[in-house]
Design a protein around this ligand. Sequence first.
Ligand SMILES: Cc1cc2nc3c(=O)[nH]c(=O)nc-3n(C[C@H](O)[C@H](O)[C@H](O)COP(=O)(O)OP(=O)(O)OC[C@H]3O[C@@H](n4cnc5c(N)ncnc54)[C@H](O)[C@@H]3O)c2cc1C
Length: 381
Amino acid sequence: MVKVVIIGGGFGGVTSALNLIKHKNIDVTLFNKSEGFLFTPLIADVISGKLKKRDIIFDIKKNLGSKIKAINKEVDKVDFQKKKIYYDSSNIEYDYIIIAIGAKENYFGIDGAKENCLKLKTVYDTNDIQIRIQEALVDDKNENSFVVVGAGATGIELAVEIKDRIDYYKKKTKQKSNLKVLIIDGNDKILGPINNDKIRSIVMKKLLKKNIDIKFNSRVTKITKNYVEINGNEKIITDNVFWAAGVKPNTILTEPEIVDKSGHFQVNEYLKIKGIENAYSIGDCASFIQEDKPLPDFAQVAVKQAKIVSYNIINEIKNKNLKKFHYNSEGFILSMGNTAVAEVKGIIISGKLAWIMHKIVYSIKRIGLKNQIRTFIKLIF
Ligand SMILES: Cc1cc2nc3c(=O)[nH]c(=O)nc-3n(C[C@H](O)[C@H](O)[C@H](O)COP(=O)(O)OP(=O)(O)OC[C@H]3O[C@@H](n4cnc5c(N)ncnc54)[C@H](O)[C@@H]3O)c2cc1C
């Protein structure tokens, strides 16, 4: 049996495992340190209460079946020379390794950002956000308005979910609330990695219609408990700041140390870690350069890479040619509460139809597929 060890039970790791077990001579061990497989595209819906936590988090051991040895532990170190990984005062050897450890928030060293911001990265973060919204609604004053840092897809979805929750509460209690939601961004446009101005303009109109303000060219320079400082001289008074302004790869010790300055594993056209034998890396922790640019941190990228990596490992074992990876986007869907914007094969859809698409594509419950990671991933990608 050929031993493949996968580190990371997110989109990249789980998809790789599911593809590799189709080959009968491969023994797959998958390590994951967090609470389970988290379906991030729907995490914002948990804030507004449209979905429950259990709808978007899956126990890997229960769901992947007995062919995959799933270990809920953090890997401490990988020794590429000895082909060994170390965890929990134990170690195991591998023939091939896939590193798919994902990413965490990047605060870019901004004074007070880590200490004073709420983030949206794990399912537990949704609790903190819900509590904060509830507190602000009860003690309704301007200082409690909400500032979301980052006008990317996550920042926009988060701002919309917060605003929807405030509006819902106002309607229910007939309370006149002064609470505002503001998005700030250092750039001069929303949705940086999306190469489509028409989508940008539709999303902007929807944000303004929802009374969500946006402040561009506003570089955050400091965050305290009571204010956000922008461009070194302007203060926005708020007790509630949410960080959605960027991520950096999770870290893991390796021998030799191999990550680049930004913490990514640089991979070649076959997704092999440059300079290391029998080692691959995919998803948010890998840097794959296409047309002179790194690929965006999307689940879609990780899943497509996982399929090529599995194919390449199987072919390496059979001494066959490897496949080069090339990313072609399947499109884009942004949920905005009770509406959405989507782009599929160049066609832009907005409003209720896009919202229905988002729900059909992403909602497990409505189409009766409970806790089935495999089906879920297949359905979407
Ligand atoms: C709020 C939010 C919304 C998003 N929405 C979308 C969206 O709508 N569409 C989209 O395409 N993308 C979306 N993304 C991005 C998407 O989630 C990532 O691009 C995707 O998860 C990357 O997959 P991955 O396999 O590289 O990492 P992940 O899915 O993050 O998985 C990495 C896993 O590795 C584990 N791990 C880390 N270190 C270790 C270790 N040392 N040992 C063992 N396990 C370890 C982690 O616990 C984690 O489970 C969103 C992200 C967020 C935060």
